[in-house]
Design a protein around this ligand. Structure first.
Ligand SMILES: CC(C)(COP(=O)(O)OP(=O)(O)OC[C@H]1O[C@@H](n2cnc3c(N)ncnc32)[C@H](O)[C@@H]1OP(=O)(O)O)[C@@H](O)C(=O)NCCC(=O)NCCS
Length: 170
């Protein structure tokens, strides 16, 4: 198995992206609630771009880049217009620990930097694999705050904000 190809998401990828997301929901409860419109969930408001990891025509992973809201920007201490948010990142359950998410994260971070934007993201406390991924990639923890929902295991959600390393430092 070689490296998966990372490329821009096309409209006709969406069905395969939703099927891949279903494996993630079953394995990890991500997203916690299966959305009524999963294709819409993968295309959030303020989306700037999205990428897929593909191998042999199969979608192995996905990531989106969106505008950043005021609350997340305040955590980071910068104006929303200087930031872009990483969202909807996942690797299919059968393609884990092959560097799929690392490659997607590097692509989305570079795309933000190319526009003069610093990539940021939020991750819920229960997302241990994701936290390990971000910290391994050199992202900095910028703060934490409670979310406004209860997790599947009955906790009040706890959101951690992370900031990408400055371009050229990794
Ligand atoms: C988090 C997730 C995207 C990681 O995808 P992945 O393609 O398996 O990750 P990678 O293979 O690129 O891992 C890169 C590094 O991240 C860390 N990492 C990834 N998964 C890990 C895990 N389960 N445990 C510990 N470290 C992990 C490791 O340092 C890994 O490097 P290594 O394999 O050389 O040790 C995947 O587990 C997933 O889709 N989870 C459910 C959805 C989710 O949580 N999305 C993020 C929402 S914020």
């Amino acid at each position: 198995m070689g490296e998966p190809l990372i490329r821009h998401r096309r409209d006709d990828d969406l069905k395969a992206c939703v099927e891949a997301l279903a494996t993630v929901h079953r394995a990890d409860r991500y997203p916690a609630q299966w959305p009524a419109d999963p294709g819409g969930w993968l295309t959030p408001d303020g989306m700037l771009d999205a990428w897929v990891a593909v191998e042999d025509q199969r979608v192995l992973g996905h990531v989106a880049l969106t505008r950043t809201g005021d609350v997340l920007a305040a955590d980071v201490g910068r104006a929303p217009a200087e930031l872009a948010s990483v969202a909807r990142l996942y690797a299919t359950a059968s393609a884990r620990r092959r560097g799929v998410a690392r490659a997607l994260l590097a692509t989305v971070t570079r795309a933000a930097a190319a526009e003069g934007l610093r990539a940021v993201l939020e991750v819920e406390e229960g997302g241990r694999a994701a936290v390990a991924l971000y910290e391994r990639a050199g992202w900095r923890h910028a703060g934490s705050r409670p979310g406004d929902w209860t997790t599947a295991d009955g906790r009040t959600a706890l959101l951690h904000t992370y900031v990408a390393p400055a371009a050229g430092t990794r």
